[in-house]
Design a protein around this ligand. Structure first.
Ligand code: ADP
Ligand code: MG
Length: 371
């Protein structure tokens, strides 16, 4: 199937062509017609499957049909400021030849800037829950005309303790609206949310199993905690490690690792929740422009970030929740390109490794020859 077969506005087709997308991804192929036909949607898929366009394109199509109203007509909630920014950029990209405004609001910057954003009366608003609620309660944002509601990365939103804010926001939306919910995993809490928000949704599932066909090579190195950083430095000597995202368990560790890499004369930046918004954006930019070879991140800071052409993901530790591992390695090999995910496993972490292998239904290649 081609995008041309989906009955889309030629202005949207043109924007997709500008992006050089050849054809819709499987989730887009199913989601776009369902959303266009007015149905609620439940998308369960790992990162890198093209979920953003799966909801952004049909929403833009519907809004483009009548752009008369200057209220917020589409609301997209995302767990982090980076992700919210990224989604709003996608709406702007796919909607660049349309007359539809997109705004974005998130915590960590002065509300003044957001009040200005809202004064421009965007019909599409992308937001993190806390800040949006704040703006609604102060009377700056009006949600009474929302027709399309999207909850992206619902599982991480709940992990981050945003449940009450999300529920509160939903209670302020019109009862009749079209809903879309995306989540990489389906824990009980998310299913409950699904049942309370979605009405007869079309369910689209792209299984974690598809990782195998994704061209991501997975490797594990057995190494004890104190030696992990020197092993990383050793690996980074290899120039094929072009663009490396390193995951650290804590903010402190992320800073420490990034510092050690810089001392070894390799440009590296760290991103985590203690860094302010402009520091985080700047680090991300440097990494995207290939000015920094390494980005060290905590899970929360890296959620949903989309970076093209990531050659390697390195896990300094083995996550105790297997789904977190899946999230992490999904950062490489995006949109069908090859990539390598390397994990450092200490003696204490072997049970976590087993859980991951069980979830994927296959064992991970062990690299034995290393210092
Ligand atoms: P997800 O939300 O599932 O993690 P994204 O929406 O962030 O995925 O998309 C991942 C990457 O794939 C982005 O760089 C996006 O530009 C690219 N992409 C999306 N749709 C297509 C497509 N149909 N063809 C090629 N690349 C695509
Ligand atoms: Mg996404």
């Amino acid at each position: 199937m081609l995008f041309q077969d989906l009955n889309l506005n030629p202005a949207i087709i043109k924007a997709i062509e500008d992006q050089k997308y050849k054809k819709p991804t499987p989730i887009q192929e199913k989601a776009i017609p369902s959303v266009l036909s007015g149905k609620d949607l439940l998308g369960c898929a790992q990162t890198g499957t093209g979920k953003t366009a799966a909801f952004a394109i049909p929403i833009l199509q519907k809004l483009s049909k009548d752009s008369s109203n200057n209220k917020i007509r589409a609301l997209i909630l995302a767990p982090t400021r980076e992700l919210a920014t990224q989604i709003s950029e996608s709406f702007k990209t796919y909607g660049q030849h349309l007359d539809v405004q997109t705004g974005v609001v998130f915590g960590g910057v002065t509300p003044k800037r957001h009040i200005k954003v809202l004064k421009r009366e965007p019909s599409i608003l992308v937001a993190t829950p806390g800040r949006l609620l704040d703006l609604v309660e102060k009377g700056y944002a009006d949600l009474s005309s929302v027709e399309f509601f999207v909850l992206d990365e619902a599982d991480s939103m709940l992990d981050l303790g945003m449940k009450e804010d999300v529920k509160n926001i939903i209670s302020k939306l019109p009862k009749v609206r079209q809903n879309m919910l995306f989540s990489a995993t389906m824990p009980k809490e998310v299913s409950k949310l699904v049942n309370s928000i979605l009405i007869n949704p079309v369910k689209i599932e792209v299984e974690s199993k598809s990782l195998n066909e994704n061209g991501i090579r997975q490797q594990v190195y057995f190494v004890e905690e104190p030696d992990k950083t020197s092993l990383l430095l050793q690996l980074l000597k290899d120039k094929t490690f072009e663009s490396v995202l390193v995951f650290a368990r804590t903010k402190k560790k992320a800073d420490k690792i990034s510092k050690a890499i810089n001392i070894a004369n390799i440009r590296s930046k760290a991103i985590h929740g203690d860094k302010n918004q402009s520091e985080r954006q700047k680090a991300l930019e440097l990494f995207k422009n290939k000015e920094a070879r390494v980005l060290v991140a905590t899970d929360v800071a890296a959620r949903g970030i989309d970076i093209d052409k990531l050659s390697h993901v390195v896990n300094m530790d083995i996550p105790n929740v297997p789904e977190v591992y899946i999230h992490r390695i999904g950062r490489t090999g995006r949109a069908g390109m090859g990539g390598t995910a390397i994990s450092f496993c200490s003696n204490q972490e072997t049970t976590f490794l087993k859980d991951i292998e069980k979830l994927q239904g296959k064992s991970i290649e062990v690299v034995k020859s290393h210092p």
